[in-house]
Write a protein that binds this ligand. Sequence first.
Ligand code: HEC
Length: 179
Amino acid sequence: MSMSADEHQPLIKTPRQLAIVGLLAVLVPVLAAVMIAYFVVTSSKEVGGAHSSLRSEDVAKRIAPVANVVIAETGSDPVKGMRGGEEVYKSVCSGCHATGAAGAPKFGDKAAWGKLIAKGQQKLVADAIKGVRAMPPRGGGADLSDAEFEAAVVHMGNAAGASFKEPPPPKGAAAKAAK
Ligand code: HEC
C-alpha cells in the first residue's frame, strides 16, 4: 500500500524542487522567444541579402550613377578634359540658342544660320568668341577653352546644314583636366 501512497504524492515535494520548477517556468518561454527571434532575424537577413545585395540588377542600379558618369564622359570627350560641342551647347549655349532668345540664331534654323555659316568656320568663331551684341563673350561660358567654344559653334553650325570640322584638341587639354 505504500506504493500507491507514493503514486499519489505530489511531484513537488521540497522547496528546492519548487524553486527549480519555478525557474524553468520562466526560463523555457524566454529561451523559446530568443530562439524564435534569432531565427526570424537571420532568415530575414538572408532574404534581404538575396534581394537587395546580390541580385545583379540591383547591383547595376546601385552603380548606375557612377557608370553613367563614365559613359557620359567618354561619349562627349574627344580628348580627356575637353568638353564636346554638344555638351557645351547643352550646358552653355542652349539657354539662348535653343529658343532664339534675345535674337540668337535658333538651333537648327537654316535661314538664321545661312549667312553666318557663309562667313566660314574660322571667321564665325573669331567673331562669336568676342561676343556679338546681346551675346556675351564665349556665350557667357567664361571657363570655356577656345576649342570647346569652337566645338559648340561646329555643333550648332552643322545642325543648320554646315559642314564645319571639329577643332583639334588643344595641346594643354589633358594637362588642364589633370589639375
Ligand atoms: C545669353 C544668350 C546667349 C548665349 C548663352 C549664347 N549665345 Fe550665341 N548668340 C546670342 C545672340 C543674341 C546672338 C545674335 C547676336 C546678334 O547678331 O545680334 C548670338 C549669336 C551667335 C553666333 C553668331 C555670331 C555672329 O557672327 O553673328 C554664334 C556663332 C554663337 N552665338 C555661338 C554661341 C555659342 C557657341 C554659345 C555657347 C558657348 C553661345 N552662342 C551662347 C546669344 C547667346
